[in-house]
Design a binder for this molecule. Structure first.
Ligand code: ADP
Length: 449
């Protein structure tokens, strides 16, 4: 087992990883930018190294500085968290080349799944159902017209290097197709430096359901059930729950088994999330994330496993030590992402946190790195915490969540707590009756891609 882990991240996830390490008796090294000298992850870690100025490109994305920090502190392994360098295959390779363990999947799998066309091909080859669409990249407008005619409108043009919902555009008909194709290409070029795009049938009322998998270095793979992440604004998830109100046990077992078999064939290791759209009883693969997800706690709450601990264990070579059959899922969990944003306009609201009180009690978890007097820097993601609530069933979970949101105090900044409060009182949400477009209507947003 590792003796010292460097955490190449910030905010709540850096703290989350620190906590798992401490419970395993592992010493931690935090890295931080100059803007984060007072951040909780830097304060709590056993050692903290400043790796550069506030801008992420100069600090949290600064590979040389992070590797130097690992070197001077004598770390054995590096956990990348989510975002930043977590899905950067070059970083993963360099970590290993410098003699540290990368706590995550192999660089080859990161590369494969980072290219959405290659990922879709790999999914098809390993028996995972995919969204009907182009067979690879769409390189000309004529080709786009032909494929769209075959699969039927509406269609979605997507960037093969895509992420964060960028480089995506819907076309309802032939007239819109040229513009959508050009728009997606230029947005993809600007965002990712790569204008390769592909086409998919645009599903009208799907849910976003993702399967969490976990694999060791010895070929053992389990799935930890699904998360329903259909509540999205501009393709960014706002609230997630497990299990999905839309699935029954036989559907869950079936898609879980398909996912595990595919990962076994690929020789995948560590955690991963296979994302599907789910419509009319059918699953359609859209992408795979080769990292820990923001929403991983809802899975932890229903299966009683610490996913960060499991990641660390399997990276050190330990076998899973349990089988699919021995895993038990219990109750229901919901996570609310609390962002430092105006709950109506969604404009960022950085500033100094005033009075601060987090909810507690049975089945309640708050993953956050903020504290009273903390200045939220304007340079990074606006998420300031996650409220995760567990109950014996969905109804108990909703009652508890409502109680917790009412107790939560984060003064000094605006947050999305009032939006979540409105949400948990909504009859359609209470019935679990929503799809990926539902939230945009609820918040009164233009839902066009
Ligand atoms: P990104 O990596 O940019 O997040 P994804 O492929 O994961 O892109 O898609 C993000 C979101 O876009 C999905 O959760 C879903 O809401 C929507 N989406 C993606 N593909 C389709 C599709 N074929 N039809 C309808 N909506 C889609």
């Amino acid at each position: 087992m590792f003796e010292k882990v460097l955490i190449a991240n910030r905010g709540e996830i850096a703290l989350r990883i620190h906590r798992a390490c401490k419970e395993m008796g592992i010493r931690t090294v935090a890295v931080h930018s100059t803007a984060d000298a007072d951040a909780m992850h830097a304060r709590l870690a056993d050692e903290a190294v400043c790796i550069g100025p506030a801008q992420a490109k100069d600090s949290y994305l600064n590979v040389a500085a992070i590797l130097s920090a690992a070197d001077i502190t004598g770390a054995d392994a590096i956990h990348p968290g989510y975002g930043f360098l977590s899905e950067n295959a070059d970083f993963a390779s360099m970590v290993e080349e410098h003699g540290f363990t990368f706590i995550g999947p192999s660089p080859d799998h990161i590369t494969m799944m980072g290219d959405k066309i290659a990922a879709k091909n790999a999914a098809m080859e390993t028996g995972i159902p995919v969204v009907p669409g182009s067979d690879g990249a769409v390189v000309s407008h004529d080709e786009a017209l032909k494929i769209a005619k075959d699969i039927g409108y509406p269609v979605l043009i997507k960037a093969s290097a895509g992420g964060g919902g960028r480089g995506m555009k819907v076309a309802q008909n032939e007239k819109e197709l040229l513009e959508a194709w050009q728009f997606a290409r230029s947005e993809a070029k600007a965002a990712f430096g790569n204008d390769e795009v592909y086409m998919e049938k645009y599903l009208q009322k799907p849910r976003h359901i993702e399967i969490q998998i976990l694999a060791d270095l010895h070929g053992n793979v389990v799935h930890l059930g699904e998360r329903d992440c259909s509540l999205q604004r501009r393709h960014q998830k706002l609230l997630e729950e497990a299990p999905s109100p839309a699935l029954n046990w036989s559907q869950r077992n079936e898609i879980g088994e398909i996912a595990c078999n595919a990962m076994r064939k690929l020789g995948y290791r560590s955690v991963g999330t296979i994302e599907f759209l789910y419509e009319n009883g059918e699953f359609f693969f859209i992408e795979m994330n080769t990292r820990l997800q923001v929403e991983h706690p809802v899975t932890e709450m229903i299966c009683g496993l610490d996913l960060v601990r499991e990641m660390i264990r399997v990276s050190s070579g330990a076998p899973l030590g349990y089988t699919q059959e021995s895993l038990r899922f219990s109750g229901h969990a919901i996570e609310c992402r609390i962002n430092a944003e105006d709950p109506e306009t969604f404009l960022p609201s950085p500033g100094v946190v005033g009075d601060y009180h987090t909810p507690g009690g049975l089945g309640v978890r708050v993953d956050s790195a903020i504290y009273s007097g903390y200045r939220i820097p304007p340079y990074y993601d606006s998420m300031v915490g996650k409220l995760i609530v567990h109950g014996a069933n969905r109804n108990e979970c909703l009652m508890r969540l409502r109680r917790c949101l009412g107790e939560y105090v984060i003064d000094g900044i605006r947050t999305t707590i009032p939006l979540h409060q409105r949400l948990v009182d909504n009859p359609e949400f209470i019935n679990g009756d929503y799809d990926i477009h539902w939230l945009e209507n609820f918040v009164g947003m233009d839902q066009s891609l």
